[in-house]
Ligand binder design. Sequence first.
Ligand code: BGC
Length: 739
Amino acid sequence: MRLRGKICLAALLAGLCGCASPMTENDRRANALLRQMTLSEKIGQMNQIASSTGAITGPMSERLSCDEAVKKGWCGSILGIKDPAEIERLQHLAVDSSRLGIPILFGHDIIHGCRTIFPENIGISCSWDLDAVERFARIAASEAAAFGVAWTFSPMCDICADPRWGRVSEGSGEDTFLSARIAESMVRGYQGDELADSSTILSCVKHFAAYGAPEAGRDYNTVDMSWSMFKDKYLPVYKAAIDAGAGTVMSSFNDFDAVPVTANSRLLRSVLRDTLGFGGFVVSDWGAVRELIAHGVAADERDAALLAFRAGVNMDMVSGCYLKSLESLVESGVIREKEIDDLVRPILKAKFALGLFDNPFRYGGEARRHEMYSGDNMQAARELARESMVLLTNNNGVLPLREGARIALIGPYADDRNEMIGAWRGMAEPDSCRTFLEGLCDRFGQSQVSVARGCDPRTDLPGGVAEAVALARRSDIVLLTLGLPNAESGEASSLSSLALPPCQKKLLRALHDTGKPVVILLVTGRPLELVEESALAQAVLVTWHPGTMAGPALADIVSGDCSPSGRLSMGFPRSEGQLPLRYNHKSTGRPLRDPASTAKYVSRYMDVSNEPLFCFGHGLSYTEFVYDNPVIENPVLSPGEDLRVSVRVSNTGTREATETVQLYVRDVLSSVTRPVRELKAFSRVTLRADQSVEVKMTIRYEDLCFTEASGRWGVEAGDFILYAGHDCSATLSAPFSVR
Ligand code: BGC
């Protein structure tokens, strides 16, 4: 039963990469240029330097003057410049004063917006709205291009099941399928149909690979996982983004299978190039080539450069090791110049594809800067911000607010522009941000909304609680902004505790004691532990760090002008002790079948449930959706055939709202242990009150593939169960089988 119906990924991809790809015009142009370049100019293209005005996320090598490096042709790329005039000046220097006039590729972390800031990526992923995601990336690209930036270090494709890791804010949560769909939508948005279009930019898939699984959730820590786990859960996200055409990949800081990725040929050559057929170029992460010394696998900078080079890293981000050592490695015969050419060629080709040789100034230009904050961009940011907000609880329908209610807006994020932006802020100008207070005042009128800060994010404010309590007493409802600040999300922001700070808990308890209904607005870049908070509050709405249009988006939701439609892309744990926590965990030989059971000798904790407090896919609306009648059109699948499913969904409430229909699959019997269920399709549908529709969906055969015991990538014949519903706990089911 296990031998039929297999497809082998390697075989599939062999067609892509086994045969030499035909020579393109850009190959010819790159080769012609390579023939004119000196060895040091070639190595210069492999060197990326950083602007001292951008984000500095690690040590810098001793600094060559930027101007010197550009004039000598010693840098192919510069990252992090925020001033468009400086980009233009340096491009002039490269084109007019370097021997061959090769244009610079300017890169930047345009992660969730450039000027118009969208929610942090974890929030974006909670929209499950792929069209909106593509639109956001399109806007981010076009604003960035107007600054002269032609390359973004996004999307981050690292899935993660451990919110102690601060960079969960930059990704799309815990799930492979959802993250893959979002990653490919982002690539399409950034790169468009034509890279040479001056409003599209080159995208960079990062951090290849498995960077989201550091031991104990500590950033930069060791990653140790099985190859089957890697291939089944982690790799498909990077693959989806690469298949969508991403032109570059960033290697990750971590080690993998005991070899730092920066020096890991198995990952960067065999998996990335040979198996996935990636034909673009790889940039190291910040300083990671030199970090091979700290990893203990390189003796010195020369050794580090050689290891990264051999592994196939085309461009050295900031460490300077390539610039210092590659020339002497060639001269001493360790590396052949042809090998240098092979790694430089994809960099030059990317510059040709971007049209930089035809017009080095096609990105940027004063005239284009009016595109920032256009009405359309702001509207898109507002829509995505409200779609990202997830209503976790809503006791007695306390939300939406009733008209005329006196609103007490309390907490450290009530009126703070900067905190709305989140980590990695592109070219953000916090002043342009609309705060929660402004949004609510615009919607309800100033007389209806009063504000008190209560406390700072991590410290008490003298008299803060008393003032907040007095305000609550004069009001009908409390909207309480709690959560973690920008600075505690993103890179190097690991936390061992996911609890809210004591000052915030104290404020919540005091407000709860007033007897007024309290709605928590949770500002955060990661899931938090909310056991007490969700018991004390009447409702909890996760707003994430919502971006430029924070206030209007919040007002849209709490007023009821729009029903919340966000769904969690990552579960909220009950305790850090449960981490890593995955809805798609495996069964084990001693599974806990009844979550309420206190039986011993089964796989469970004695002091906490196995279940998250709020699970993957969860999110309430102001209406109710009822599911019935899942029908599988072709319940016996032949190899290669997609599964066609329909399910009836009815809006039984009184308002129009959007539901995200989710399909999960369990593979009942296989040659290896398999997840208890996995998301395999989803669809957003908007239904009027009382409307009922048949939602038709497809599960692709390729999404049923996994690494079999033999190591082959395929689907094993046998029985499967489909679950359809509102979140990962869906119980409505239908069987199917693969022949
Ligand atoms: C981060 C990358 C980022 C790079 C450039 C590094 O520290 O890990 O995600 O793209 O800096 O800013």
